[in-house]
Design a protein around this ligand. Structure first.
Ligand code: ADP
Length: 157
């Protein structure tokens, strides 16, 4: 039965839209590029258990990079290192996708990209008095897609 479920998942996942499986922005753990990597910040990061943290500048709609938690091995909490000293700058490390993109296409993109995480972004033009702007809706990782294929939650090690 498990095999049958996986085969169904493998056939169906391709057409599922990103917005259906992404982690919404409200649940996404991000840091500001201006933050200092002191003891408190580092311990907050470790507590989340995530290995990749999107980094924003000024506001969360402006994601400029990615902090890889493994890079914190070399950071001394006493040094007041800034997040900006450690991040990979946007473009080299994060793909962006639309909420309506299909998982089949996103999987292909994530496999060739350098990070297994993409930013889900949409144009917000709800307010007619304001210029349209890019709004970050959430993130999606390879793991979110694989879960759709396997039809099951993956228990992280
Ligand atoms: P990790 O390697 O950090 O465990 P995964 O890529 O395995 O991350 O993803 C596991 C789940 O956690 C996915 O649902 C993904 O969307 C979510 N996730 C990954 N990074 C973050 C983050 N910084 N904030 C919120 N959710 C995240």
């Amino acid at each position: 039965k498990e095999t049958a479920n996986t085969m169904t998942g493998a056939l169906l996942f391709k057409n599922i839209p990103v917005k259906q499986v992404m982690t919404p922005i409200a649940n996404t753990f991000m840091l500001s590029v201006d933050e200092k990597l002191n003891f408190q910040t580092i311990s907050n990061i470790f507590k989340t258990g995530y290995s990749r943290i999107p980094i924003y500048e000024v506001n969360r709609n402006n994601v400029i990079g990615l902090l890889l938690v493994k890079d914190l091995i070399f950071v001394d909490p006493e040094d007041d290192t800034r997040v900006s000293d450690v991040v990979n700058i946007f473009g080299r490390s994060l793909n962006t996708v639309w909420p309506d993109d299909k998982l089949g296409d996103v999987l292909r993109e994530l496999k060739t990209g350098r990070s297994h995480m993409a930013l889900v972004r949409d144009v917000n033009n709800e307010d007619g008095d304001q210029d349209p702007f890019y709004e970050v809706k959430g993130i999606i990782t390879l793991e979110d897609i694989i879960e759709e294929i396997l039809g099951d939650e993956i228990v992280d090690e």
